[in-house]
Design a protein around this ligand. Structure first.
Ligand code: NAP
Length: 294
């Protein structure tokens, strides 16, 4: 069934979302603060609304994708907009915090709209493809009723829970993983440059060893989930083994004058575990030393 959908915000990501919806034949109205960025979408069949109010009025589903929740509020927390909201579905695909999503869910519910909050785990080129991943949380029924619209945005769009904050929480967790790798890569680049190793060589060796790292991450998650912190027959590597190799890295970096900012955090966590007598524990034992939410 083709739906009438407003896309509020047509920056890089919002434009990709609108294009994917148009490609599946939905009736799409777009609005963007800077109108010129929305104009290319008219050539693909989008209707360009002169105001956010008119975009919202024209649609049964309002997809919002701007820079942050404050921008959403600046555009849509408006008496005229709220007067036309009843019975519509708002899908916030702007990045934010779990707390921000929970507050937003209450706000939209208080104004008569259904609300879903999503986290886009992809760059714009993945939107509308089978590999496009978007995590969505909030009212499960609203997700199921509009699943076809979500499928247009990516082959891997999943409802991850009733709590509207869950998609953003997972987003932050996955970004933490990604940045671990990206900042680790910065450190590796600095080491190779200092040691005059060609970065092409680093790239090749990374490809060869990436499955080992993937296996370690997967094992860490499983062991932490099971609380298996003591070393046992299935331990891949103890804290002690990692810490020894870490000392070699730090020694090399100090000798070459490479900044310790990235590895400083690793060292602090190692030190806490060692002070607590866990040097011989499985690497997963380190998960106990980052503090827990109360
Ligand atoms: P972008 O190209 O910089 O677009 C930002 C959008 O927000 C533009 O439409 C901009 O309008 C609008 N905006 C910002 N402040 C506004 C305000 N006060 N009032 C009205 N409109 C305002 O950024 P993007 O890459 O599309 O990212 C948009 C969202 O998607 C962000 O939350 C981002 O974290 C998320 N996301 C992006 C990616 C990615 O790879 N790009 C991946 C995952 C998630 P103007 O055009 O008028 O400036």
């Amino acid at each position: 069934m083709k739906r009438s959908i407003a896309v509020v915000g047509t920056g890089r990501m919002g434009s990709a979302l609108a294009r994917a919806l148009l490609a599946k034949g939905h009736r799409v109205t777009v609005w963007n603060r800077t109108k010129e960025k929305a104009e290319p979408l008219a050539l693909l069949g989008a209707n360009i609304a002169p105001s956010a109010l008119e975009a919202v009025s024209a649609a049964e589903i309002i997809i919002v994708n701007v820079s942050d929740y404050a921008a959403t509020a600046a555009i849509l927390h408006d008496a005229d907009v709220t007067s036309v909201l009843r019975g519509k579905l708002v899908v916030e695909l702007t990045s934010g915090t779990p707390h921000g999503a929970r507050e937003a869910a209450e706000w939209w519910a208080g104004h008569g709209a259904s609300y879903l909050d999503g986290a886009i785990m992809a760059t714009p080129d993945f939107i509308g493809t089978d590999a496009g991943t978007i995590l969505v949380s909030g009212q499960g029924q609203a997700f199921r009723d509009n699943e076809e619209v979500f499928r247009a945005l990516g082959g891997n769009v999943q409802h991850v829970g009733q709590d509207p904050g869950r998609a953003n929480a997972l987003d932050s967790a996955l970004l933490a993983l990604m940045w671990g790798e990206l900042f680790g890569a910065l450190n590796a680049i600095a080491v190779c440059q200092a040691e005059e190793i060609d970065l092409g060589e680093l790239g090749r060796q990374w490809t060869a060893t990436a499955p080992v790292v993937e296996g370690l991450v997967s094992d860490l998650i499983k062991r932490t989930d099971a609380g298996r912190f003591a070393s046992d027959d299935e331990t891949l590597s103890s804290i002690s083994a990692h810490y020894g190799a870490f000392q070699h890295l730090v020694e090399l970096m100090d000798a070459r004058g490479i900044d310790r900012s990235i590895v400083g955090g690793y060292d602090a966590i190692f030190q806490r575990a060692i002070a607590a007598g866990q040097l011989q524990g499985d690497f997963a034992a380190l998960s106990q030393f980052l503090g827990k939410a109360t």
